[in-house]
Design a binder for this molecule. Sequence first.
Ligand code: ZN
Length: 1301
Amino acid sequence: MDTIKYNSVNSDPNACPKKGVLKQTNRVDLTSRPRLQILSSPVLRSGPVSVAKPSKHLFNSVFDGVAHPNKAALSLKAKPNLKQLWLPPGVSGRIYDSPKTLVAASQAPQASQTRGGGEGPAVKLKNLLSESVKRESKLVTGRLDNGMEYVILPNKLPPKRFEAHLEIHAGSVDEQPDEQGMAHLVEHVTFLGSRKRENLLGTGARANAYTDFHHTVFHVHAPLTGSVGENMIPRVLEALREVAFEPQFLEERIEKERKAVTAEAQMMNTIEYRVDCQLLQFLHAENNLSCRFPIGHMDQVQRWTREQLLKFWGKWYFPANATLYLVGDFERDAKDVVSWVNDCFGRIPAPRVGSPLPSATFSPSDMAASWISKRAEGGSKASSLFTSLMGGGANSGGAGAGGQNTAANAAEGNVATPPLKTKHSVRPPVEHLFGYGSLAPATAVPSQVPISVFRHPLLQQFMLTLFCKLPIQPMTRMGDLRVLLMLRIILSVFQFRINGRYVQADPPFQAISLDVSDSSREGCAVSTLTITAEPSGWAGAVRVAVEESRRVQQHGLTEGELSRYLQAILRDSSQLAGQADKIPSIDTLNFVMEGLSCGHVVMSHRDAHEALLKVAETVTLSDVNALCRSVMAFAAFYGQEEELVQEAAGNPAAFAGLGPTRCTSVVACLPAYVDNEGHSISQGAVSGRGANLNPASGHLDADTIDLEQIKSQMKQQEEQEAKAAPPGARTFDLPSEEIIKALRADGLTVTPPLDIELPSVLLSDKEVAELVLSRRPSFAPVRVGTRSMVHPSTCPNTGVVQRRLANGIYVNYRHTDNEPSGGLIRVLFNGGRLAEKVGAAADGFGAVAVGVRALSESGAVGRWSREQVEMFCVSNLVNCALDSDEENIVLDVHFVVDNGGMKSAFQFLHLFLDQPVWDDHAVTRAKAAFLTGQKLTQKSLERASVERVMSAMLGPDRCFRDPTPEELQALTLDGIKQRLSSLMHTGNMEVEVVGDFDPRQLEEYLLTYLGTVRPQPSPLPITSHPLKFRNPPRPERHQRWHLQDSDERACAYIGGRAPVRWGPINGLAGANHLGVINTSSITPSAIAASLERDAQPLGPLVGSVLPPVGEKAIMTNATRQAVTAARRAHPLFRSVILGLLAEIINSRLFTTVRDTLGLTYDVDFETTMFDRIRYSWFMVHVTSHPSQIEAALNASASVLRDVAAQPISRHELLRAKTTLLTRHDSDLKDNNYWIGLLSHLQNPLVPHKVLDCLRDLKAMYECATVEDVSLLYAQFDLRDDAIFTCVGTSGSKNPLEAATK
Ligand SMILES: [Zn+2]
């Protein structure tokens, strides 16, 4: 895939403090570890890893929550993650389409149960379940005369913008043995070689492309009108036409992209990626998916000629093999859009069967002659995956292509012309062995599949994955929907029970997750159970997983569990239905694409909700439990298929549909070495897929994987393993037989589950009344400008309301309808890790980080247990996440306004703030998690390299690093508690609320629940870490290091000091307060002095903030000077300009280092944006092959320095402005963004962030000038002895040693 990634920097000046560029500061990245959210509601997000996200982005959060194998390394921002299954809109989350027969049988018990009571209800039910679901009425589909299909769907968000995706139905499975990687290379050459596509940049459009097993997709996101008011839809369509059907295939471009693809392969080849390849290879051992990973073969990629690429292109790129998707706010009738599509694509000639090959002297002008395919069609089987769009799900039985062929060949009577070439006739089939049915050897997988083992020195944890492949069942009828609903409930309950076990487990496991989902990419549905643990604790983890699977399989759910989760899902669905107009086009498009390719009926959110309400009434515990017996069998009774099949034969009604499911493959990913006690050693990156330890995703992202490479790696790795183990380590010896024994768990019987008492409220009316009476909550005066008022009215410019509670809490809120009936509360406490004491002590270094995590893991509040609180939050759709960063402790609470949801959220908040519950076990688990994290850092190429730059820059004992084992050891429960309670109190706290609430009700809850939090007598002053930039000797300033590994990778970082975001410009080198710049006075020592002035505490904001005024061509010098001075005196000045500068530098880095020089696939520049810390730094990150990394580093440094020689042009600035302003506009539809805007508005420690900043944000972008940006740029000292670099390489050969020999 290509990531045309200009905009990776979080350069928004008002971004939420959490969102900054913290990853560069190497804080402990909690999100990358297993993390039991206190109150994650499994209904909203599956799996124990759960970071709260607005439910509006449920689809997104499904994507984000999933461990994209290469996400960390690639930041594939623009790439939709299609592996996630299509979901009927109402049943949000991770749902699976079960085989058809499951549906049929799940109706059977119902019918038989009601038989006694007459035929009436049973027949009614049967009729309801066989009813077709309602298709989205706005969806327009059709086919042009040349066979190209189109799908058009109006979608209001973001307004005046649209998505256009052109999908070519060809991917890596279509490649011949000597074409491995060709689909991807052709994607690169066609996409990047298009001038029209390139010309879209700067209009506010973004374009990208990707290749997977079955598809090549080119996509564009664009505004409806261009900069001169032109209609952008035809323009974008023309660009897509040029990309797909009129490519030039210039030799120069081909060479460039060979390099880019090689770099891409290089950088993505992390250990997580390799684990994914392994999983995919074993999962699909019986078909081509296991040996046609999209990235292909690099030695082949180097060799292909232009003619070979052209041939591939000619074979697959023709109108009837393409589908165009248009989703967006068209502001026109769909008919107009259809006519534009026809105008643009209709004239592309349709190739006929047997037409000639493209000539070797191909040029765009002989287009007409070159639509062809070399192979005669017919005969080969079509994948059942590709059902006709027009036929909808109706012809789902696998005859998809057949029907279409007939349609296209209707003119066959006309013998003279051969029929038009059609969509799938030449595709190689992908056939799966499914995990159900009889045990006959020919038709089924073996009755006890062997354990496939992947062992690697870089793996650190034990990870076992059980797969069960099933056919995709198109979602077309109410009965299908009902099965989805029941499955969702089962998955949620399973996860809830696992969470309970997680807390008690000894030895602890890291994660156990179950996922059931389908994938159009892989053409099947997959159930996955993933178990992750420390190597020494593997057996205990497997036992918990088998036990809980067996408990669900044998005893099913309790009545209480069923009703609670059913209610929660319906409430969630109702909220989603209310947000029907608030789903961004890109999400809608992914949803439609995935849905159609699986043969699902695409439904509107409202219809889906209605339908869900109907089928929910028919769900019974016995039906759910029958489904449990079928779905969970593969995990509960590995190796005991025989008995299960017999059991099902004797009592078919006890099972749903297919009967018991069976394992189709089991993969164990194991560390090669452990320490002498059997624990993991610092020898690995992360375990498995891995990076996010959220194996719940079920499917593998198969994007770009290379099997041959893996094979050679395995060989290398064996060689490596044959070498002596690292010091202090021994081989992790775990024979497959032991895993088999643990999985079979012969003789293990499980007891039925117990129901938990669910509190209906956390605080009774009586308790609340007593609280109010004794604590007498009230509002206190707020400072507005120079005055103080108790109830200042809504700010007319920004819609923000400011309050302060008498116990000290600052409150900013704003009503938005971004998520109808949804809301978000953020509680911020000043002083995150900034407030940790230096050194090892009971309350010493690491206390905040560990404490916050421990609180998060404990999860209990007041008199309620963790399970009760979790259940309460699940039922009331309250979702919380607690985290700390350098400057803040942050608690996010997502809630639903209706049905008491907001009240529930505030009740929880009150108890959390007033009566938190500390738990020694939680502290122990938190420490263990940090220890693991530290090991990971040491052996991750990227993280360890950043660590080195930071240490050289700020000292080895600098703040914000991971606590050492000694520091962790020294921390005690009491010490941590003391440290955190000195921060988490009302005098050090602000609350931001954004959402669709009634302001009066909100104020009432603020008073009742937050106003009654007991204030603490004397807040301790916040400890502040001493921060000092160092001037180390050269070898420490420019470091090189090597990680021994079987694979060759490399990354490099450039860091250095940067100006801070808040502060007047008269601290800047070369600038005076009148806005006059004197560049000759900008010398290294002047820069150093200005950065030192930056580091001084920020004084109060003086005078009133005036809105900026743009400079005009006709303006007297005096006026111009005044306007400039006023703009530069604005508190937002530095933030805005730093954002623009980062945008411009990123654009240059991309064009030069990646596109022109082909030295990298990924490069970016970021600066920290701290609010209170008076230091800032920048960081450039670039990856490449070890042989090219020095060149990539030097090229990146040159780009940074060249800004001085090649000044920023007005055009560049304009483009950066358009990008940032566009992003700002669309982000305003996001509650999270608003929370970031509101943060610190009244915070006395961030005195320059005031309401006027929000008012002027857009105007500040618009008014920025080239001189402004140059002024900020001049503050960066980029000389060799001012910057810090680190190059990390990995591979079996150490280039550093080679150099010295
Ligand atoms: Zn690519």
